[in-house]
Structures are given as structure tokens and as C-alpha cells.
Design a protein. Sequence first.
Length: 418
Amino acid sequence: MSCLICQADQEQQNQIWYAYADRLRSKDAFHSAQSVISPDLTSAQVSEHLRQHHFIQPSPPGQGLNRSLALQEALTSFPRYWFYILLAIYKAQALSGQQLYDLFYLDHAQDSKVLRQQLEDDLHRLSCRSFLYRVWPETLAHTLTFEDHGPYYFLGRQAIPLIERLQGMEPESLAFGAYVTSAQQVQEFYLERDSRFMKAIVAIRSNLYRRQFSFDGQLASVHLSIENWYAPVQLHCQLEDGQPFAPSALLAFRFQSNQRAFSYLLPCWFEYDRGTEEADEVAGEALRYGSYYNSLEYQNKFKEMARHSCPGPLIIICDDTYRREEVRLALAQRLKGKEVPIYLTDRQSLISDPYNQEILMRHDGQRSGLMETIWEDCVALREAHATPGTGSLTEGTSLISSTPDSSAEADLSGWSAS
């Protein structure tokens, strides 16, 4: 049986949504639906429409954002893990329901119908209260095929003051493009492209659960918190050549031995090669990291990493093994034997098992594992105890008024190969 609400015009559908969203009471939506569409509608039909049908979410009600009320609602009624969900979506720009499930709902819990229902209930409430904006790819232009059919969730207008508070930002400093209030803002191409990269980030975090590693003869656990994930929205800057620069991701992993013999926070950078540029251009972009590491923007933000000339490894994720080989050869041609901590992998292998001991490939063809590579390439940070596991990569930062450290310039010279 077709849904009478889905067949109604957009304004009528929106009225039912607003009636429900005001107090999250099904009875309010039921009375509204009977009034504006048909008295024959049942409460079950209205509830099914609101929770299961793929309609276009309307813009938030009202003329603008009441910042105080939005922040009060979040701080007084949200469970703490919702803050992390909103923070992750802010950093990713969009995450699917499945990606959110893998990121947050499987930590120390078995997959179950109860757990999935909890996820649906959480995201439903956040969407109805306009803290999230929900989109199904099928409601967009239908020109692309998505691996994940959605729905996808964007940051909504009501979440603005909470994100600013969580990120230590000035009020009203969050850019308009960081949140969504209507489907017209969603660009299908970027959503599909970014969701492919986010699938790799989700796999890296979710596959750490209940996993053990061995470092220096010690069994250890590795953790990746949402706070220690730095996204382009946090890293975007302009280099001395006048061109913008924004790493795809910086992940800081907490390495902690089971016997508490060590606890380190170690960095790893990621770039996603979407296959739209020539392989040599991708290799050249990777080497621009050298300019970034010698910039004041980097040294101001990551003081300890700059002080010890130890940014950590860079991983280029290519869409397939053929493309990975193309980029590897282009990189080898540029480096001409110089040792630079750049590694390559293909996306599908990374998603299947990020911690396979041969998941990474250097430009010279040598293989290594992700955790082992981070451990070895961050030896300077470990030996100096510069980034303890209880801290953050940006702790202790202060403005560096002088020019970049000349020793860092020398240590990073291999990055500028041409």
C-alpha cells in the first residue's frame, strides 16, 4: 500500500514533520496528518512514514537559530556519546548510518537488533530536532552509484553552538558550509567521493576494538578517539606558494602497553587519491607536505611534532591496486632513492583489514604494517616522551614568532624532491 503522506505535496509533509519535531510526540504528528491529508490515516501509518520512509527532510522551523535554547537542550538532555557523534559528523561533513554504527555502537558490544534500533532512535531524534540533517542518495540527482545507500547525516543548524563549544571556537564562527539546512546544499559528487574515504577512516577505528599488538616485547592496545582525529576543516591553510593546503586526515593513535610500561600518542597523516589527477600530480601533492611541515601554521598547531622534526608517516590511499602502482612509480621517480616516510595502500585492502602486516607499500616496493610503521617512524616522539597518551597533539602549542626551525628544514629536505 502506498503512503498517503509521501504522495502529499511538500508543504503538507513538512507540516506533519514540524508537528512531530516540536515535542517528539507521535500523537501530535498523527493529529496533524489527519487534519491536513486524510482522516483515514492511522497512527501506525504516520509513525512508519516518519521513521522508515525516504522523504526530504525540511529546513529547521523558525526564522533563525536561538543559540541559547539549542545549547541548553544539548547540554541538559543529550547523553555524552551524542556529543561525539555530532563532533564526528562535523569532522567528516557527512557519515552514513552504517558508518556511525561501526564508529560508535560496536565498541565492546555485539551486533544485535537492539543495538541497531538504539542507533536508529538516536539519529531519528537528532534529525527531528534539527541537530542533524538526513539525506538519502536516491532523493538527489541519481547520477552516481553509492556503495552505501544511506541515509547520510550532516550537521544540522541546531548543532552549531554545541560544536563551537566542543571545539573551543568563538560563538558564530562556524562557517555556513559546515552545516546543512536543506537538500539543495548537498552536492552529490562530493558526498559520494568523501563517503568512500570515510569508509576507510571508519574501518581504521572500528577494527581496533579488542585488538592486541606487540611493541618492544610488550603487548599493547591502540586506541583512536574522535578528539584525536583532525579533519580538513581543522587543518586547512595557505602555504607560502599562495596555494591552499588541506590534508585529508591526521589521526593520532594512543599506544598503551597492557602493563603500563608506555603510553604514547603518535601521529599518522592520510591522503585519499580519487584517481582524477595524473599519478605524477598526486606524487607532487604528497611532497607538498614538506612545505607544510616547515610552515608556521604547522609549527604553531603541532609544536612538539615540529620541535622534534617528527610529523609521522603519510599514507596515500588509492582506489585500487593498479592505481596504487601508478602513484608508487611516479613517487619513486620524484624521490630518486631519498628516504621519505610516504606509504601507499589500496582502499579495499585497507577496509578489509587495516592491520594486515603488509598493508602498506613504500615507493621502493617494501611492505609493512600500519601500526608498526607509525611506531617506527615516530621514534623521536617516543624517545623524548613528547606526546604522552593522556595528552593531545596540540597541547602546549604557542605562537612561534620566528622563522621555522632550520634543523626541521634540514631533516625534512627529502620531501621537496622534484
